[in-house]
Design a protein around this ligand. Sequence first.
Ligand code: GLP
Length: 243
Amino acid sequence: MKVIICKDYQEMSAKAYEYIYSVMAEKNFECILGLATGSTPIGLYKNMVADCKAGNVSYSRMKSVNLDEYIGLPITHDQSYCYFMRDNLFDHIDIDSKNYHLPQGNTADNEKACADYTALLARMQQDVQVLGLGSNGHIGFNEPFTPFDSTTHIVKLTDNTRQDNARFFASLNEVPTHSITMGIANIMNAKSVLVLASGDNKAKAVKAMVEGAVTEEVPASVLQNHKNVVVIVDEKAASLLRK
Ligand code: GLP
């Protein structure tokens, strides 16, 4: 694991884009990006949009897969992850809408949605998977004690995660109770992984991910077993790491 500590969120987002750019350039701008939602990658997405608008990068040959989606929200709901991705990235770059994929959270058959997404991921290995970090160490929506060999599955969200995400909804009651997420095995299959974390509330999870035991109790700790992981964090998120 390579850990890069940045002064603040802005520097973290700039470094994150430098890394993503290097992956895209190495593949001649024809690669598969694994993308994440949450507030953490928004700065990275702003940089991707700005550089695309400046004419420096084209996404016309790029594809993407997203980590997760809430169950039960229509994709037009402003808190669905599909809406989030369009709003923060896809609608502002030249990616073809046929080329971005999220797990389906609003279908009649959730088991089929899981199997379909796992099959899609088997055809689309991520050149890089971007990850945020839950304050309890979750990645995607893989909550503590998710088996490391899991593939796409339905998750009952923990109270901790629902409370963390309640800030985006009118009230806690409106936060969905379930989600669909790439499994940990699907994340570990990426050729490289970029983890981003910012702020004091991520410091414990960052320490557990980087320096703690590899245990299913802390999903992100599995990344210690991956050959190519870059962790880019700001000083607050890094504050509990041994210097
Ligand atoms: C959500 C998402 C995760 C994300 C995490 C952190 O639960 N499912 O993929 O990484 O929250 O979110 P934030 O970046 O807003 O702290």
